[in-house]
Write a protein that binds this ligand. Structure first.
Ligand SMILES: NC(=O)c1ccc[n+]([C@@H]2O[C@H](COP(=O)([O-])OP(=O)(O)OC[C@H]3O[C@@H](n4cnc5c(N)ncnc54)[C@H](OP(=O)(O)O)[C@@H]3O)[C@@H](O)[C@H]2O)c1
Length: 253
């Protein structure tokens, strides 16, 4: 059954090199799953793979590449299926914002955000779904955002991509439910990760904004725990969307 998380299950996680993806990899590793980790930074993926094995993952593979490229996605999925013979879970988590006003916003930045946050999840779903159909089951979680429901100034490309991802998720969910494939959208509020540094175009290592600027934020491990609960629903239940808000707790717990 899909809702039993154990070493028979294979999970593919995009954006596993950092933040929510890293925390999700380690949480699934603790259940003994076999993992395929996607991201661009091979060094950081190596670190997450090591941490996942320490946490209890049965096996871990690394697919480093830019998921904006169709060829990179096809190679990553084909390699995962060749190695593990199946994919039970796909977490479409990789994503970024490049903040800026529409007046003066570069087309290249618009395309980076849309390609990473919307086109790449489409490509990954398209490549993974045939395997899930053959297995007659699977689960896909597309990490959208609260910004997928509410427009935010300086984040028009990001909001457009995350609104779009929700529409894509709903449509795909209806297409594949006859094969017992559940497609869900997760809409987190602020999470303390590298996201805000990237969005504000700050150099790596800059600690200035990790979500704390918002005054409140969840920890990536808390989002990972919610992802695990979404993967553990009863057989007939399809949790199609989860809106996850941070409580106004002090961050430095
Ligand atoms: N943090 C928040 O407040 C928040 C709130 C709502 C939703 N989200 C969403 O949560 C997801 C995870 O973000 P995070 O907060 O964990 O941020 P993060 O720490 O910056 O992680 C982003 C991940 O995406 C990967 N990535 C970005 N572009 C990529 C590309 N072209 N190809 C492959 N991988 C790529 C990065 O890997 P490399 O650097 O190795 O390429 C990294 O692993 C995103 O979809 C984000 O939109 C975040």
């Amino acid at each position: 059954m899909i809702n039993e998380l154990n070493s028979t299950k294979v999970a593919m996680i995009s954006g596993a090199s950092s933040g929510i993806g890293r925390a999700t990899a380690i949480a699934l590793a603790a259940k003994g799953l076999r993992l395929a980790l996607l991201g661009r930074s091979e060094t950081r993926l190596d670190e997450v793979a090591e941490a996942s094995l320490q946490a209890g993952a049965a096996e871990v593979s690394i697919c480093s590449g830019d998921i904006r490229a169709e060829s990179a996605v096809c190679v990553a999925v084909a390699g995962t299926i060749e190695r593990f013979q199946r994919i039970d879970i796909l977490i479409n988590n990789a994503g970024l914002s490049l903040n800026g006003e529409v007046d003066g916003y570069q087309l290249a930045d618009w395309q980076t955000v849309i390609d990473t946050n919307l086109t790449a999840p489409f490509l990954l779903c398209r490549e993974v779904i045939p395997a899930m159909k053959r297995q007659r089951g699977g689960q896909i979680i597309n990490v959208s955002s609260g910004a997928g429901r509410n427009g935010i100034r300086n984040m028009s490309a990001y909001c457009a991509s995350k609104f779009g991802l929700i529409g894509f998720t709903e449509s795909l969910g209806h297409e594949v439910r006859p094969w017992d494939i559940r497609v869900s959208a997760l809409l987190p509020g602020s999470v303390a990760t590298d996201f805000f540094r990237v969005a504000n175009r700050l150099p790596e290592g800059n600690e200035e904004s990790t979500g704390r600027s918002a005054g409140y934020a969840m920890l990536p491990e808390e989002v990972a725990a919610v992802i695990l609960s979404m993967l553990s629903q009863p057989p007939q239940a399809w949790m199609s969307e989860v809106l996850l808000r941070p409580l106004n707790l002090e961050l430095n717990r």
